[in-house]
Design a protein around this ligand. Sequence first.
Ligand SMILES: *[C@@H]1O[C@H](CO)[C@@H](O)[C@H](O)[C@H]1NC(C)=O
Ligand SMILES: *[C@@H]1O[C@H](CO)[C@@H](O)[C@H](O)[C@H]1NC(C)=O
Ligand SMILES: *[C@@H]1O[C@H](CO)[C@@H](O)[C@H](O)[C@H]1NC(C)=O
Ligand SMILES: *[C@@H]1O[C@H](CO)[C@@H](O)[C@H](O)[C@H]1NC(C)=O
Ligand SMILES: *[C@@H]1O[C@H](CO)[C@@H](O)[C@H](O)[C@H]1NC(C)=O
Length: 544
Amino acid sequence: MFLWRVWVLATLFYIHLSSLKGAVADSVGECQFPRLAEATVDQLQAGLRKGCFDSVDLAYIGRIDEVDSEFGTILELNPQALSIAKQLDRERRRGRTRGPLHGIPVLIKDMIGTNDGMETAAGSWALVGSRVSADSTVAAKLRQNGLIILGKTSLSEWANFRSLNSSNGWSGRGGNTYGAYYPDQDPNGSSSGSAVATDLGLIPFALGTETAGSILLPGDRNNIVGIKPTVGLTSRYMVIPISERQDTVGPLARTVKDAAMLLQAIAGQDPKDNYTMASPFGERLPDYLAACKLSGFQGKRIGIPRNVIDYLGPAGTPITSAFETAVSVISRAGATVVDNANFTAYSSFYDSLNPAIVEAADFTTNIATYLSKLKRNPINILSLEDIRYHTQHNPWEDYPSRDTGIWDQVIALGLNNTSPAFWPLYQETLYFGEEGGLLGALSRNNLDAVILPTLVAYGIPAILGTPVITVPLGAYPDGTPVEHNSRGDLVQRAPGIPFGISFLGPKWSEEQLIGMAYAFEQRTLVRDQLRRYLEACTELEDVI
Ligand SMILES: *[C@@H]1O[C@H](CO)[C@@H](O)[C@H](O)[C@H]1NC(C)=O
Ligand SMILES: *[C@@H]1O[C@H](CO)[C@@H](O)[C@H](O)[C@H]1NC(C)=O
Ligand SMILES: *[C@@H]1O[C@H](CO)[C@@H](O)[C@H](O)[C@H]1NC(C)=O
Ligand SMILES: *[C@@H]1O[C@H](CO)[C@@H](O)[C@H](O)[C@H]1NC(C)=O
Ligand SMILES: *[C@@H]1O[C@H](CO)[C@@H](O)[C@H](O)[C@H]1NC(C)=O
């Protein structure tokens, strides 16, 4: 009897122990807690599926609290983020997910409108308190896909379309944003906060906007991937405009796959932005994740516009030597590389004021239209003149130390995109991109794409509205002289500061470009080799 009871107790204890061990193995033993500076969406989804952590954990802001006073990437957190995360966790527990990005947090640039408690203000005090009448289409798509909009990121104020003597990543509302590879690093811009927050692992990825370089350049400087989509692949409805011909919303991410997934979630036609109706895809978008194949270069013809690379000058030597190594990687990966696929009108483009005038004319019209559609406009700002007046009279806008030079010129020009003088100017500008630029180089040489160092890759695609993807390429070596921006408050060049390589193609060629960018990324894995001067320490284990 006694022995029997001992046996029962021992057995029960054993069962208890082993079931405990089983539970531990199920929940923690098999759990992977990826380092947040490197975590991919695949890894985060695996942890969410297994129940190792939930979306409330992912939306926790401990890491932001820890380092963002140093880097200044976030203007405003979403007060609803936690309740949204809880809702998405409930849906997952009930077996329902809204798609492959369900429960993943994302940050969006302060140009992108949300019809909630947050501002949409281009980093400026002039628009604080204004409210859009509806979510931007891209924000609505983020929500439909189950992403948690965690907040709004800092930027070069007005997407770098205000001042001739400000600094990259500075806004009246946010002060400066800094990159993480050198103290006081110039993050470039204008999607500075989106890029640096992604690099630091404060967030898996973020949305930026580009008119001329604003996704590609901060991607380049902050060791991440940026996709500047074809104008019209992603809707600009309720996004603060600069130029209808050039603006586009796109992802900044740590890997090509993550960027491709975020692009998939936001792309598509939208009757509220008629540029999207020119899309050849209709309701059926390409599968951008499936485009991530190691064979992305197989059978491709890729051109090098040498005469554009000349513009990097002598300070670009570390970039050009990393670029030459990249060229041999790309040809070993199965591509035919065609050298001297030059942009024949590049020097005329470089010296011309017309591209800036086209942007200016668009801005005058497009910003007035945007302002007229606000549902709340507390100080009744209706035009560029109003914006300038309020900026010059708000002490937090740091005027005149940071001038309003771009607006002064735009207003003095007296041109908008309905003026008769506009079309001939626009046609001249198009020539720089078409026959004299990317399209001429592609067709004369029968190319699929062109590659360039990202620092010189964005100008021609801006004119054309064509897509570009930047991928990490390298960093300035030890011994690089430290060089400041013209204001003297940011370090533009120094040892360890990253740079990228860009893949350029014709309109709607994102699927092919993603294939090439992925094939390059996987063969080089540059991102993992570069070191930040300061790392955030808060990890998922500290949160759950
Ligand atoms: C960064 O941004 C400016 C535009 O604001 C661009 O002209 C410049 O080439 C970039 N340079 C570096 C080194 O970051
Ligand atoms: C979009 O609509 C405007 C008028 O509302 C028109 O001027 C413009 O040509 C249209 N653009 C496209 C790409 O269809
Ligand atoms: C292309 O540009 C390079 C560099 O400026 C120059 O050396 C070369 O002659 C050009 N080739 C053609 C075909 O124009
Ligand atoms: C654009 O210019 C025309 C005159 O060419 C003017 O009538 C119109 O009000 C202007 N629109 C804006 C938004 O400035
Ligand atoms: C910026 O330009 C304005 C004039 O447009 C000038 O008053 C101001 O001193 C300049 N700031 C700097 C730091 O150069």
